[in-house]
Write a protein that binds this ligand. Structure first.
Ligand SMILES: CC(C)(COP(=O)(O)OP(=O)(O)OC[C@H]1O[C@@H](n2cnc3c(N)ncnc32)[C@H](O)[C@@H]1OP(=O)(O)O)[C@@H](O)C(=O)NCCC(=O)NCCS
Length: 173
């Protein structure tokens, strides 16, 4: 079967940390962020937990091996994306965009009000990419708390932003 996206299964969990590690190589050439390529990945246990919520998806290759994933969970009336990672070997082929669009479709069909995330403001495949998908640089107290926690864990002050994609833009904010 060609490369495709499907809901993540518990058996995928042990395979996802190596996908995240491979994906993070893309940060090696970003000034001040190369350390991200060597930071610990999300644990297998955490992946299992999030997969159990049925709001995680994987990109699988022709050999049925996961090469990308998006982990999210429902937080209040939003689907919050914790992580999107696509292995280095298949980056730049549209799979990251398709994973985020899958989360947007899920929020639409629940229905939830929004998809939210926090990300780097100036990394080309982070905030600028989400903006092109229709995410706005805005967030509520829940997202402000997540940002505060990220800064407390060492991200450079001002480097991150919260973003929100409204399922029905007229009902947002
Ligand atoms: C972000 C990530 C998942 C994108 O995966 P991908 O499969 O390469 O994504 P796509 O091919 O769909 O590209 C996504 C967008 O990023 C842009 N992009 C991707 N790689 C890029 C690069 N090296 N330089 C500049 N822009 C890039 C593309 O132009 C595209 O935008 P568009 O669809 O509006 O044209 C992948 O780069 C990754 O795993 N990065 C490391 C982890 C990370 O940053 N996760 C996001 C955390 S919020």
């Amino acid at each position: 079967m060609p490369v495709h996206i499907r809901p993540a299964l518990a058996d995928d969990a042990p395979l996802l940390p190596s996908v995240e590690l491979s994906a993070a190589h893309v940060f090696r050439h970003i000034d001040g962020l190369s350390w991200l390529a060597d930071t610990p990945t999300m644990s297998v246990e955490r992946h299992r937990q999030l997969i159990g919520l049925s709001t995680c998806w994987v990109v699988v290759d022709a050999d049925a091996q996961p090469q990308g994933f998006l982990s999210a969970e429902r937080q209040r009336d939003a689907l919050h994306i914790h992580e999107v990672s696509v292995a280095q070997s298949i980056q730049g082929q549209g799979w990251g965009r398709k994973l985020v669009e899958t989360a947007m479709d899920c929020a639409r069909s629940y229905p939830l009000r929004a998809v939210t995330l926090t990300t780097f403001k100036h990394v080309p495949w982070n905030a600028p990419f989400y903006s092109r998908l229709g995410f706005q640089p805005e967030g509520d107290k829940r997202l402000a708390d997540i940002l505060a926690d990220e800064y407390a864990h060492g991200f450079e002050a001002g480097s991150r932003c919260a973003m929100t994609w409204w399922v029905s833009p007229s009902k947002g904010a």
